[in-house]
Structures are given as structure tokens and as C-alpha cells.
Write a protein that binds this ligand. Structure first.
Ligand code: GDG
Length: 468
């Protein structure tokens, strides 16, 4: 078996507290735990010129290679182009995108720097697997340095239609550079179709079947590989941790009230402001639930150094305060809003203790919280998932209560429906969801992608099988 070299912006070198919040780290960590290999990326440190270090650490069969970035490079590449331009555009938020050619130059420069620093570690038969929007042009930079290995790319976040992609100034320098990969993977067929449309209509690139494109002397294949979760392991973890002191303490503090849970990084794509307003509407429209249900929203901060994130944080704080002030009582706080991260085990126990989960992103590549919530439930007495139709997870989670997150009345009605749902309907929906999600356990995700990268016939098979 060829050695797999995973490349992502951030490398999660195992830490002791286990409270890191972020889908990509969870997914890659779970792949490398079983399949070993190398994980290359940024160390998380920014340094002054001349102080950059590339380090190599071995842990449980995985080699972690991390590299420092200069402060200015990080600012332009990460805070600038990746998170103020690509992240909003790829999440259909043209209104929040801020272009600067200086940031784009920094983005391209850091991708070249990654290629320079990675190349000395590569062996001729290594298979490279690059992750996410920070590294769209890394394949091109590696090819320019003579790397002829198989290189695949997986996008964890949504990929919008060409009309939006082409709002990205000089999009050929970033989006079109995907053609230097052998395989580009997406979460859903919708995302894959959008790249096919961009290549066919915008770039007039010939294709055989909208999943295979001829780009000069190279062939680019497009596939669909929805990320999943470890279903059985997560259920076991949730069963065990429901009895731990932290989870028991939360449950005791509810005084027999039902709990609704939300868990999201603090990000505008997650639709938190609208969600809190929908909960407010729910309390207004269905007064019988006042005092009978508590909504726990766990929201670790992310990217606080970017202005839009700081503004959003303030607005959500104000909305939560308003709802609690309007409906709360001395003995009951409707919304418990916490910005600190919890351990994965505590989260699992809290999911299992919640009567419903509110997962209402405005756009999401997949959304692992939705799947983790389903995995964590007690099959004899499961809670109900309320899920945005704009999360990639909605393709598989048709048995959830699917909602339009922009429609506050509909979300409020779905909360009422979830809390009133009879046991047999809850069990029926839950077993349908478990069946679908177990067929796409995260254990198979990485091997599937790597097989498709190294064996084109596999790619076709998987893109036909993946629904949506
Ligand atoms: C990107 C895409 C795609 C959250 N809070 C805590 C915590 N988390 C964990 C969750 C979950 C992960 O972080 C979040 O994953 P999501 O999928 O919900 O969202 P993103 O971080 O935006 O992930 C997304 C994903 O990549 C994978 O491809 O699904 O669409 O945007 O696992 O449980 N973990 C801990 N403490 C917390 O407080 N330990």
C-alpha cells in the first residue's frame, strides 16, 4: 500500500484536553488513526522572518510535519484571502466577501511555500491528499516543482454555482487551478455538479461524462465522498458519558425540563442569529413550552481576529440577552449560551440527554454535529434532529425534520413538532437515519477516497453510489 500524505492548513498534533472544535480535524484525525501516514501543514505558530521552523513529530504511527508561517503571510493567506474571500463566497455570502489582490498574492505565495517545504519529504510512490479551501492551488504549485505523484483534493465546505464563483476576481488563478489534481472530491452531488458546470460553461473544458475532464495533458476526475461519523463508537461513548459527573450536573440543573441542544463553531454560516430568533418566535407562538424547555447552545469562538466574526459575536450576545430578558424568570433561563469548548465525550453525553437538536446552518458542506447527534441517541428513546435543508447532511438525513433556516415560523413550528413527537415516530425516524448513516461510516471514507484516487474505476463507482 502506498504511503498517504495528508495536507491541510492546520495540523492537529494530538493534545491532551481533546476539546478542539472543528470538523476537518475530527475527520482527518479519525482517518489517520486507522490508516497512518503523514500529516503536513501549518504549525499554528506565526513568527518573525528567519525564525520559521519545520518540525517532525511521530505519534501512534502517524508522522506530523508542521511548518511555521511569517506573520504577514498568515494575515494575507489565512485571515485575508482564505477567510474573508473564499469562505464567504463558497458559502454563498457574496455580501461578506472582501477582495484584495495583496491577500490573493499572499495566498498563492503561502501555497508555493507549502509546496517547497513539503517536497523534500515526498517519496515517488506517495499518494497526496490535500484538504480544503486554504489549499486550492497547492496541486498546481507541486506540479510546477516536478511532483508527478497522484494528488487528490477534498473540499469540506460547499461549492457554489458558476454565477457565484465568477464573482471571485481572477478566479482562474484559484478555482481553475483545481485542474492540476487527479481527483477532486466534494460532499454532495450538487457541489460536484457546480464544478462540472464551471469547467464546461466558464472554461469550455471538454468532458466525457461531467465527472471526467480533459485539462491539457492531464485528466481531472470529480467524485462525491460525503463525510460521516463513527456511528457505533459514538453511540457507545454517549451511553457511557451520560453518567459522568459533568453531564449529570447539567441534567440536575435542568430540574426535569427538556433540553434542546445546538453545537457550532461561532461562524455566520451556522445561522446562529436566525436560530435564536426562531427560538424566540417558538416561545412566543407556543407559550405552553415556556418554563418547560431549556435551549443549550455551545459555541466555541473561532476566527475572532476577523471583524465580521467579532461583529456577529456581539449581535448574537445581544439577541440571546433579549430573549432571556423577555421570557426568562428568576427560576428559568430559556437559553444557556456558552462560548467555551467542551470535551468530545461531554458533548456526546449532552447530545444523548437532549430531546432535540437544532442544526440550522444557512449553508454547510456537510455538518458533523447533525450526524453525531443521531449517533449519540438512545434507540429506545431517541431525540429529534431539526436540520437545515442547506446542510450537506440533509441529503442523507431525509428522516430528520428538514427546515428552511430563513423561515423562522417554520423553525419554530419544527421545534414544537419535535418536542411533541410521539415515541413511535421518534423511533421510526431515528432508525431510518441510523440505517443511512451507518452505510456511510467515517471508517470507509478515507479508504474510499484513496482507492478512487489510485484506481479511476473506483471513483466512478462511488460517484454513482453517492446520492444527492
Ligand atoms: C467543516 C465544514 C463539514 C464543536 N464544538 C465543540 C466540538 N465541536 C466539533 C463537533 C464536530 C466539529 O467540531 C464541527 O464540525 P462541523 O461539520 O459541524 O463544522 P465545521 O467545523 O464548519 O467543519 C463542515 C466538516 O468540515 C467536515 O468535513 O461537515 O460542513 O464546514 O465534530 O462535535 N468539539 C469539541 N468541543 C466543542 O466544544 N470537542
Amino acid at each position: 500500500m502506498a504511503r498517504v500524505v495528508v495536507v491541510s492548513n492546520r495540523v492537529a498534533v494530538p493534545n491532551r484536553d481533546g476539546t478542539r472544535a472543528g470538523g476537518l480535524e475530527v475527520v482527518i484525525g479519525s482517518y489517520l488513526k486507522r490508516n497512518q501516514g503523514i500529516w503536513f501543514g501549518w504549525s499554528g505558530r506565526t513568527v518573525a522572518k528567519g525564525e520559521e521552523v519545520t518540525r517532525k513529530v511521530e505519534h501512534a504511527g502517524v508522522t506530523y510535519i508542521t511548518t511555521d508561517l511569517l506573520r504577514a503571510d498568515f494575515q494575507e493567506y489565512y485571515n485575508g484571502f482564505a477567510n474573508r474571500m473564499l469562505w464567504p463566497i463558497l458559502h454563498y455570502r457574496l455580501d461578506l466577501a472582501e477582495f484584495s489582490s495583496r491577500d490573493m498574492a499572499g495566498y498563492l505565495r503561502v501555497n508555493e511555500l507549502f509546496a517547497d517545504r513539503l517536497k523534500p519529504f515526498l517519496k515517488p510512490d506517495d499518494v497526496l491528499w490535500v484538504h480544503d479551501y486554504h489549499l486550492l492551488p497547492l496541486g498546481k504549485a507541486l506540479r510546477e516543482r516536478g511532483v508527478e505523484n497522484k494528488i487528490g483534493f477534498f473540499l469540506h465546505i460547499p461549492f457554489p454555482p458558476p454565477d457565484m464563483l465568477t464573482c471571485l476576481p481572477k478566479h482562474e488563478r484559484t478555482i481553475l487551478s483545481l485542474c492540476h489534481y487527479d481527483l477532486v472530491g466534494f460532499q454532495t452531488n450538487n457541489d460536484a455538479d457546480n464544478l462540472a458546470d464551471y469547467l464546461s460553461h466558464e472554461c469550455r473544458m471538454p468532458s466525457r461524462d461531467r465527472r471526467t475532464f480533459i485539462a491539457g495533458s492531464r485528466t481531472l476526475r470529480i467524485g462525491v465522498f460525503p463525510v460521516g461519523v463513527e456511528m457505533a463508537e459514538f453511540e457507545r461513548l454517549a451511553r457511557r458519558t451520560k453518567r459522568t459527573a459533568v453531564v449529570r450536573e447539567v441534567l440536575n440543573s435542568l430540574s426535569e425540563r427538556s433540553m434542546i441542544i445546538g453545537v457550532d463553531r461561532l461562524d455566520y454560516s451556522k445561522g446562529l442569529g436566525l436560530r435564536v430568533r426562531a427560538f424566540e418566535q417558538f416561545l412566543g407562538t407556543y407559550p405552553r413550552w415556556r418554563g418547560a424547555v431549556t435551549y443549550l447552545q455551545i459555541t466555541p469562538r473561532s476566527r475572532s481576529e476577523i471583524r465580521e466574526y467579532a461583529d456577529m459575536e456581539r449581535r448574537i450576545d445581544e439577541t440571546v440577552g433579549r430573549v432571556n430578558g423577555r421570557y426568562g424568570e428568576a427560576s428559568w433561563t430559556p437559553i444557556r449560551y456558552v462560548n467555551r469548548p467542551y470535551s468530545r465525550t461531554t458533548l456526546a453525553g449532552l447530545y444523548r440527554s437532549s430531546r432535540a437538536a437544532l442544526v440550522t446552518p444557512l449553508r454547510d458542506g456537510m455538518n458533523l454535529v447533525a450526524k453525531e447527534y443521531i449517533a449519540a441517541q438512545d434507540p429506545e428513546d431517541p431525540g429529534v434532529l431539526i436540520l437545515s435543508r442547506f446542510a450537506g447532511a440533509a441529503v442523507e438525513c431525509q428522516a430528520a425534520l428538514l427546515v428552511n433556516p430563513y423561515d423562522q415560523e417554520a423553525v419554530a413550528a419544527a421545534i414544537d413538532q419535535a418536542l411533541s413527537m410521539p415515541l413511535d415516530e421518534r423511533c421510526g425516524r431515528h432508525s431510518a437515519l441510523v440505517k443511512v448513516l451507518s452505510e456511510n461510516d467515517i471508517k470507509d471514507w478515507g479508504p474510499r477516497f484513496v482507492a478512487a484516487l489510485t484506481n479511476p474505476a473506483e471513483a466512478k463507482r462511488w460517484s454513482r453510489r453517492a446520492s444527492g
